[in-house]
Design a protein around this ligand. Structure first.
Ligand SMILES: NC(=O)c1ccc[n+]([C@@H]2O[C@H](COP(=O)([O-])OP(=O)(O)OC[C@H]3O[C@@H](n4cnc5c(N)ncnc54)[C@H](OP(=O)(O)O)[C@@H]3O)[C@@H](O)[C@H]2O)c1
Length: 381
């Protein structure tokens, strides 16, 4: 358990956006009311191919379970959803990010919450915390897995550029990918949660950034808002687009997709290029990418699989890079907001389908009527 103190710079919001919640100590009567009932999302059916909202179900419980020593009860305020959960959903497979999720299980994502009861020595009632939380309005969590947030911290930043997705982007590009100033890097799934962080981090490090996504709206966003110079439409043939954007070839490929993307990158790599294997968002992975390894040998290419869970130690480096003040272009946390626990199943499916820009963040209002809404915000640093 640690403590995080981001800069107090206020958030900038796009015209259509919602609120950005900042943690503050909650009055006791609100805490009592919030503990009265728990609603959680469970996996109700094994997804047939792509998950649909009806694969999930909301269930209610009268009260939460007994608090064990070392645990805290956390009232969830925001959850940032992760595409990587798909690999564990009804597949019987676990990943480095967590165990297999079976029928009746409640998925978890990194989120922000309010401690309403504590049996952990480092956390008190009223503390705001960030860490892995179940898709539930409130839950008992091991306090050691949570970091305390300073009052006034920008919750949205903590779930975007300074959070799990930002750390994935930083560790993948810098620690594993060894990205250097002046190198050319291709970032796939660039309009998603990890991707929006990766393009900004690579740019700040002085790399030449190529970003791919699907659809004019997403490509325009990357160019206009995140200042990416070269964008690729991933639904069109990638080879010719890559040759035009990087005539000298790629030094680094940040692969969140696999399949055809990876095959195209192998063709486009320079000698001694590196490929960081981040995820497999492209489900059509039937083409065997490595039916012939001679390309890897001839070009001396390194392909490295990585998990962000091994790289918590570089969080201070990420914070130092993101919070630099001697730069013209501030980094932004990009998120699409949804509202209420009942919006989670659809929000998760929209995330997988690439229907949302940036990270999907679900806000769980506590003491006001819940309405479902969607809006997009950028939180400037
Ligand atoms: N290794 C690790 O430690 C680690 C940690 C976190 C996340 N990840 C991985 O990082 C990747 C991004 O995660 P995220 O949570 O930020 O998700 P995300 O990028 O917000 O969402 C997935 C993205 O995949 C793209 N996509 C969907 N279908 C596709 C297809 N058939 N072919 C190519 N692209 C497709 C969509 O964008 P477009 O339609 O615009 O292309 C969508 O934005 C995922 O693969 C995840 O598993 C890995």
């Amino acid at each position: 358990m640690g403590s995080s103190s981001p800069s107090p710079t206020p958030s900038r919001r796009l015209p259509s956006c919602g609120r950005t919640w900042r943690p503050a100590r909650a009055p006791p009567q609100r805490i009592e009311r919030a503990m009265a009932a728990v609603t959680r999302v469970i996996l109700d059916k094994i997804p047939v191919s792509e998950p649909v909202p009806s694969d999930f179900r909301l269930v209610g419980e009268a009260t939460g379970s007994e608090l064990e020593q070392g645990q805290v009860t956390v009232m969830t305020r925001m959850l940032g959803l992760n595409a990587g959960l798909r690999a564990r959903l009804g597949t019987g497979s676990s990943t480095t990010l967590g165990p297999a999720i079976d029928i009746g299980d409640t998925p978890q994502s990194d989120g922000i919450g309010l401690v309403v009861q504590s049996r952990h020595p480092g956390l008190d009632e009223g503390d705001s915390v960030v860490g892995l939380l179940p898709w539930a309005t409130s839950s008992n969590v091991d306090g050691a897995r949570l970091r305390r947030l300073e009052p006034g911290a920008d919750a949205l930043r903590q779930l975007t550029i300074l959070g799990h997705v930002g750390l994935t982007a930083y560790a993948g590009l810098v620690t594993v990918g060894r990205l250097q100033r002046g190198e050319t890097v291709w970032i796939s799934a660039a309009a998603g949660g990890v991707g929006c962080c990766a393009v900004q981090i690579a740019d700040r490090l002085g790399a030449e950034v190529i970003a791919s996504a699907a659809g004019a709206e997403r490509l325009n966003f990357l160019q206009r808002e995140l200042k990416v110079r070269h964008v690729l439409e991933r639904t069109r043939e990638l080879g010719p687009q890559l040759r035009e954007a990087a005539p000298e070839g790629l030094d680094l490929y940040f692969d969140s997709v696999g399949g055809e993307h990876l095959a195209s990158a192998l063709d486009a790599m320079r000698d001694r290029g590196r490929i960081v294997l981040v995820g497999r968002a492209g489900r059509d992975l039937r083409r065997p990418v490595l039916d012939d390894t001679s390309l890897l040998i001839r070009k001396r290419i390194q392909m490295i699989g990585f998990s962000v869970t091994d790289h918590e130690d570089v969080r201070p480096e990420l914070e130092a890079l993101v919070l630099r003040t001697d730069v013209d272009q501030p980094m932004v946390g990009v998120a699409s907001l949804r509202n209420g626990i009942e919006s989670i199943p659809e929000a998760f499916c929209d995330l997988l389908a690439g229907k949302v820009l940036g990270r999907v963040v679900v806000e769980l209002p506590v003491a006001r009527a819940r309405e479902t809404q969607s809006s997009q915000v950028t939180s400037s640093l």
